[in-house]
Design a protein around this ligand. Structure first.
Ligand SMILES: Nc1ncnc2c1ncn2[C@@H]1O[C@H](COP(=O)(O)OP(=O)(O)OP(=O)(O)O)[C@@H](O)[C@H]1O
Ligand SMILES: [Mg+2]
Length: 262
């Protein structure tokens, strides 16, 4: 089972949209964690359109951790997304809460890894890298961290320095294979091969550019005609398969690099 973290360097390449789409395309029940320190509850306001806005969020977990009750609190902030096998831990509503989350990330990473060991897959939206309150332990403790980027020059230019920083950090951790790229809008204009060459990282998964289908996950819009067969849905299913394959292949390497993680 897998702990997968998505993040970005700059712009808004589609981390949240992809995290939601992947969770909904995942072949098993999956927990989606909105760990973007920017706040604003993008999934509750976007995909869920505020309808099922959960009352508790990560900030309640931060309080529970201070009271020594983190593990007991996780189920109470976890909400089921109706008619799916996805459960959600919503993010904070305001960026001002980000600092309060800093001390939560380490123990939350441990708690999510414990869930993972019980067979629960977890997908994390870590938002933009380098922000105050960024969930670094979730980025570095994941089975697979995917730097999410588009393929145009501005996006690649923005991703380049973070790709290098992450590559160095994962190399130092002894887990270079736990880092990859997730490309949004492959071929617009550069190919995955070119993106991989520019950022010196393997492309683990690539998603089609499909604005109408993406709006379902990003803003909770009604599915367009032939949504299930859309380019985005097909690429999300392929991405889920590729990500699981990569995680399975990495497990041995991760276990050897950091004993006790497998
Ligand atoms: N595969 C895609 N095809 C077309 N449009 C997409 C795709 N993925 C995302 N988008 C669009 O890109 C925009 C930004 O998406 P999203 O909010 O998910 O980005 P983000 O990386 O989470 O941004 P932020 O860093 O601001 O949280 C949205 O309008 C979304 O509909
Ligand atoms: Mg986002």
């Amino acid at each position: 089972m897998a702990l997968i973290t998505l993040s970005s360097a700059s712009g808004s390449p589609g981390v949240t949209t992809t995290a939601v789409g992947l969770a909904l395309s995942w072949p098993r029940p999956v927990l989606l964690v909105e760990a973007d320190p920017t706040g604003g509850s993008a999934i509750a306001a976007g995909y869920l359109r505020g309808d099922a806005a959960p009352s508790d969020s990560l900030i309640d977990l931060a309080f529970a951790h201070r009271n020594g009750t983190l593990l007991e609190a996780i189920p109470s902030v976890t909400t089921a997304i109706r008619n799916t096998t996805v459960t959600l831990i919503p993010g904070t509503r305001a960026h001002g809460q980000a600092r309060s989350l800093t001390s939560l990330w380490e123990p939350l990473t441990e708690a999510l890894r414990a869930l993972d060991a019980l067979g629960q897959d977890v997908i994390i939206d870590a938002g933009r890298l380098g922000l105050v309150g960024s969930p670094e332990p979730l980025i570095h403790g994941a089975d697979l961290t995917l730097l999410t980027t588009r393929c145009d020059l501005v996006a690649l230019s923005g991703s380049r320095s973070w790709a290098q920083t992450l590559r160095n950090q994962f190399d130092e951790q002894g887990a270079p294979a736990a880092l990859g790229l997730l490309v949004v809008g492959e071929g617009r204009p550069y190919s995955t091969r070119e993106v991989s060459a520019v950022l010196s990282l393997p492309v683990t998964a690539a998603l089609a550019w499909d604005e109408h289908a993406a709006a379902v996950f990003a803003r909770g819009e009604s599915p367009p005609r032939r949504f299930q067969g859309s380019a985005l849905l097909r690429s999300l299913h392929s991405a889920a398969t590729a990500i699981q394959g990569r995680v399975a292949a990495n497990r041995d390497q991760l276990a050897a690099a950091t004993p006790g993680r497998a």
